[in-house]
Design a binder for this molecule. Sequence first.
Ligand code: 13P
Length: 340
Amino acid sequence: MNTQQLIDTARALVCGRKGLLAMDESNPTCNKRFAALGIPQTVEVRRAYRELIATTPGLGESISGAILYDETIRQKTSNGLSFVAVLQQAGIIPGIKVDMGAKDLAGFRGEKVTEGLDGLAARVQEYAGMGARFAKWRAVIAIGDGIPTEGCIDANAHALARYAAICQEAGLVPIVEPEVLMDGAHDLQRCFEVTERVLHAVFNQLHCQRVMLEGMILKPNMVLPGKDCPHQSDATQIADATIRCLRRTIPAAVPGIAFLSGGQSAELASARLNAMNIPSVAKEPWALTFSFARAIQQPALEIWSGNDANVKAAQQALLHRANCNRAARHGEYNAAMERT
Ligand code: 13P
């Protein structure tokens, strides 16, 4: 294991004002988002959409790393360049999603466990050979009546830690993503309690599996009230709760925390990240940044809608979101930016 290389990559992913762009939707997820906008769901259209994203001029000023999906890392742009090469030329570090999705957890109704450990060592070696320098694995934890259970939390935490150890051995920085879902009517406090339990379990397992904390990134949810909760907290309350929860659970050795957006609107995700990074507030040991998919891509996807004539406008919308989140890393985002 090349310890220094892992540390350098992890630091580069969270350096300065940059953050990560998740463009690693599995084919079923990507197709679902295309279908909602009437976009054809074919290999070629998915390729064209990923080309639009990766070739956005200026993206590398706000984006440190981009997470690809297996189909995309094997594809080329219309100029014949691999996506890995296009990202590298833009100064963006290529990464890869390596989990095989969340599946029903046997014996635990309503809960999931993420699969993909079998054969993972060989797969990450192949991806490293293709130029990937980091990887991602997402676990999902639902909040509901009597859930999450310890059984579900432990199974997912164990898989995340095994994945992280396998990645580090192959020289890839693991992005460890335990996502507590926003679905439900639970309040902020319930999300806090569940997120705290989950993060404790994850770091316990990371320790057991000898994962080097300096060479990984955590990708958690923000601590939020459920989507259907009648009382929606403001950005400051969410930032306070999130930071309190992270301080209790995340060792200072972890260089960076890159939030998922999880179904928040693009503007709210930026405003909440911003509230965590206001200079008078921010004196945390880790960089607090973004690793959004929907909160960066969705406005651009809607503008593009599968039409070549809209590529430039869609790229502008993508760049705008990336720039808003870059500003949010230093508490410099405000609603006026949305009107420019
Ligand atoms: P969202 O930002 O859309 O939640 O996606 C992040 C991600 O990578 C999910 O695994």
